[in-house]
Design a protein around this ligand. Sequence first.
Ligand SMILES: [Zn+2]
Length: 437
Amino acid sequence: MLRHVVATSLRAEVTDLLARLIRVDTTNPPGNETAAAELLRDYLAESGVACELYARVPERANLVARIPGRGDGPSLMLLSHTDVVLADPAEWSVPPFSGEVRDDEVWGRGALDMKNQAAASAVATASLAREGFEPSGDLIFAATADEEVGDGFGLSWLCEEHPDAVRCDYAINEGAGDRLELGGGVFYLCSTAEKMSAPFRLRVHGRSGHAAMPAIADNALVKAARLIERLAAFRPEPQLQPEVEAFLRAVVGEVPAPISVVERARAVHPAAAELVEPLLAPTFSPTMISASQKRNVIPALCEIVVDCRLLPGQHPERIEPMVRAVLGGDIDYELEWLAPEGGTRSPLDSPLWDAVEAFVSQSEPGAQAVPICTAGFTDSHWLREAFGTVAYGFFPARAMPPEVMAQLIHSADERVPVDDLELGVDWLRHAARAVCG
Ligand SMILES: [Zn+2]
């Protein structure tokens, strides 16, 4: 019953839509995102927005909606995913799929990751449509399935099977928006790049034997321990990427020599040092190991898996000689890269960046937008890779401190302040007008 159209404000409208969206359990696996896609479709259709569902399997639909452009101006996608991670009700103070509104916060799984932004994107799109907004290029709303697991039902599948539905010049996705107070300044992070996840496996060879007589064997586990120590002690030479340079210019006031970056950032605020440190070089974290299946058998083989994260633009083939140099030539091992993923960036000099910057300074005078490269993977990667889309992760959060948000995402009692939902709707409406108005 046109419930949202008569809502007294966009604030009330987005609060109601998010609560309803949370009540649709889209825990992935199995996902069941179709119910969420249909809810959003019905909501958008009431405001006259054209919607289309795309599904590889019926129960895991993606929704793509659009306000068609009046010409061939730039297109902008408001991107979100509808699936969420598991919630154990025993850990929560409210049922995780209740969508309860309490103390001006909406509670439930997905309230921060990322049904909040899905609801705000839908409300921004619907409200612009009701106002008769005619973008120069298409304004696209996409709510996709299967981001949290990535089994090929969501945006990667759409880019491959339905490229015309999701091709866009610009996109706003999740990834950042945190408000940081650093050394007297206020900064909003905007994610413009992502590190590449490039795990590898080392198979270390030795010779088996009875564990009571170690001298006659060659223990692969002991040899592997030496390789682990070398990796752990390795400090690759720091280098400055464009996002880090821009961050330093804003936060430190200049771009220090790579070697002193962490120290200079720490002098401003420890959080600034924590942010930039993993962005200066590839990182190598050995995380898994397996060797003998029997206590009294010395293993002839030991396998180590290393979680390796490369800077955007770095590739496993180019890094491998450096890894081998660190591991040394005295131990017999094989190195195998395991499904690298991500590692793309978008330029900082773009109309979308101008929109982020303008919104931040308008909504909080004195505050500055700063770019950041994130360590995690988001769907932005697929758009950059398929279409060269300028994709940023930006959904500003002012009411909830970033350390609280970080604790709640993928955790119990996830919730979002209504003030931040409203700020998000403002941002997305601003961006649509600025980029394709
Ligand atoms: Zn997410």
